[in-house]
Write a protein that binds this ligand. Structure first.
Ligand code: ASP
Ligand code: MG
Length: 587
């Protein structure tokens, strides 16, 4: 007998007819001998309707009352769903978040789950009933009703599956799985049979809006198998699993975050503490910073660029201008018309030439790349918003994603980002959704090569990485800072033993482009891995703060959903590692 959690989204329970169809799915499972917990969202667009009602009363409804209001949507649908199951002759009981015992913090309208009690649900299941749980809601320590943020029913479903030790969490929705990119934008997009948690985390937060990103964090932390499938079509769907179980591919998907705004703090003193001075007040204002790129800095001055959702631009600018005045920076630049395209693949780290292929594809479309950051499983570029769709098409074609690609012959034990021991990490947490830092590692095996004064024209990155690929160099981190006065700075790391070949290739390219090359033969790369790194505001600053205190200058930074990397001078490696381990409470 298996235990299965089934979640039905708003479109799947939009009217009584659809509720009856969904109820049949739950009943079929139950009749096959499984225990079934169903999580439902509000019917159709009911939550929007409620939000609109509130707006008609006041522009600034109190968050507590908002939660009281919004939670009613799910209360309606669970009751109807339970009646539907009962009408099919099976016993069912509906429960609100409070009745289940879903405890959250008190951040109304975007509460995080702290704990879930399982006794009540288990008793009903053991009694032979199907339990219908209201998605999206919980209760805080004072008994107030809370909600988890729009789209939060996914998170309820996966969290329940986690605490109940469910064998599977099925997400029934209006799409039939996870696609290589958004099929509404690119019809050639293809459904993936499986995808790993880390890839899904990157894609979900990058705007592939099929699932609530926080639900994937739960899935990864607790190892919940999630199957995303259609409510309306009987097709297999997409299984979300651990990297060891999913098919490794160099590139699994392409995502476009359409509404990014860029801010550059220009000409700040290149010394310990500048990043901290900027990202600490941003974090305290609750702004979730996305890409962070700092150039290597010359003449003692560096530029720090970062992106935020376009909606947060005004607030982020205000904070940055304040910091600029304090640091006596040269100025603040911003551009609200950007998009971020990312290619994601868990096998990327062990495949060759992924960067070269992608930059060449963009170059053929004459798309100018404004900023680049990479992680072990992702390459992100910042481009003009108007170039977004063309960029996605070009990258999708370059990696042959329209056809079922041959899986890499990678041995999964060599894959990056294997959680050391997720459950052990989780046990240390106070709340189920707290930031979970798994590990901090030091890699002192790399050299850093930097192009200074590269012309800011389409195709430069393509040339560089084509040449680098031809030279057989295995590139790890790539960072391109935001161009200033038509010139950009592009850095990459290679294994230190390849340094001579890298400099030789770089020298050739630089000469042809009128740029210069600088290099550092040995650098230290520090990586922090975990779950919730991007969804918790201020994690980047928790990394900058201890390094600042230790007086260590940061040369390069790259961020992703599951990892934060910084490069510091080789001689500071061990000291940085110790400082970070202390700061994140790692033994
Ligand atoms: N009903 C809530 C919303 O529309 C939660 C959900 O659907 O996941 O955001
Ligand atoms: Mg949803």
């Amino acid at each position: 007998m298996a235990l299965v959690v089934q979640k039905f989204g708003g479109t799947s329970v939009a009217d009584p007819q659809k509720i009856l169809v969904a109820a049949q799915k739950a009943v079929a499972r139950h009749q096959a001998g499984d225990q079934v917990v169903v999580v439902v969202s509000a019917m159709g667009h009911q939550t929007d309707v409620l939000v609109d009602l509130a707006r008609q009363i006041t522009d600034r409804p109190s968050a507590r009352e908002m939660d009281m209001l919004l939670s009613t949507g799910e209360q309606v649908s669970v009751a109807l769903f339970a009646m539907a199951i009962q009408s099919l002759g099976v016993e069912a009981v509906s429960l609100t978040g409070a009745q289940i015992g879903i405890r959250t913090d008190s951040t109304h309208t975007k509460a995080r789950i702290k704990s879930i009690s399982t006794d009540n649900v288990r008793n009903f299941l053991d009694d032979g009933r199907i339990v219908i749980a209201a998605g999206f809601q919980g209760i805080d320590q004072h008994g107030n009703i809370t909600t988890l943020g729009r789209g939060g029913s996914d998170t309820t479903a996966v969290a329940l599956a986690a605490v109940l030790g469910a064998d599977l969490c099925e997400i029934y929705t209006d799409v039939d799985g996870i696609y290589t990119t958004d099929p509404r934008m690119l019809p050639e997009a293809r459904r993936l049979p499986s995808i790993s948690y880390d890839e899904m985390l990157e894609l979900a937060s990058l705007g592939a809006g099929v699932m609530h990103p926080r639900s994937i964090e739960f899935a990864k932390k607790f190892g919940v198998k999630v199957l995303v499938r259609s409510s309306f079509k009987n097709v297999p769907g997409t299984m979300i699993l651990s990297a060891a179980e999913a098919t490794p591919r160099a590139v699994s998907g392409v995502a476009l975050a359409k509404d990014e705004a860029l801010i550059t703090l220009e000409g700040v003193p290149d010394q310990p503490g500048s990043s901290h001075a900027l990202f600490s007040p941003l974090a305290s204002s609750g702004i979730a910073v996305d890409m962070i790129v700092q150039n290597v800095g010359h003449h003692g001055l560096a530029d720090i660029s970062f992106t935020v959702p376009a909606d947060d631009l005004a607030q982020a600018l205000e904070v940055t201008q304040g910091v600029a005045a304090k640091l006596k920076a040269r100025g603040v630049f911003h551009d609200a018309s950007m998009a971020k395209m990312s290619v994601v693949g868990v096998g990327m780290a062990s495949a060759e030439g992924v960067a070269g292929k992608m930059f060449s594809a963009l170059s053929r479309e004459k798309i100018n790349v404004r900023m680049i950051t990479t992680s072990e499983i992702k390459i992100s570029v910042l481009i003009a918003r108007t170039d977004g769709p063309a960029a996605v098409g070009a990258a999708h074609r370059a990696f042959g994603l329209e056809a079922e690609s041959a899986a890499l012959g990678t041995d999964s034990s060599s894959l990056p980002l294997r959680p050391s021991s997720p459950l052990e990490v989780v046990q240390r947490l106070e709340g189920m959704e707290d930031l979970a830092v798994e590990d901090c590692q030091l890699d002192s095996s790399q050299a850093l090569v930097t192009f200074i004064d590269l012309p800011d024209t389409p195709g430069v990155a393509a040339d560089v990485f084509e040449e680098v690929g031809k030279a057989g160099l295995f590139v790890d981190m790539i960072v391109q800072s935001h161009p200033r006065e038509g010139r950009a700075e592009l850095s990459f790391t290679v294994p230190a033993r390849d340094r001579d070949r890298a400099i030789e290739a770089a020298g050739r390219i630089a000469k042809a482009r009128g740029a210069r090359v600088a290099d550092v033969p040995h650098v230290s790369k520090l990586s922090i891995t975990g779950v919730g790194i991007r969804s918790h505001a201020g994690v980047a600053d928790r990394l900058f703060a201890p390094l600042t205190e230790a007086g260590i200058n940061i040369d390069l930074v790259s961020t992703s959903e599951v990892r934060l990397n910084v490069i510091v001078a080789a001689e500071h490696g061990e000291r940085s590692l110790a400082a970070l381990r202390r700061a994140f409470g790692l033994a």
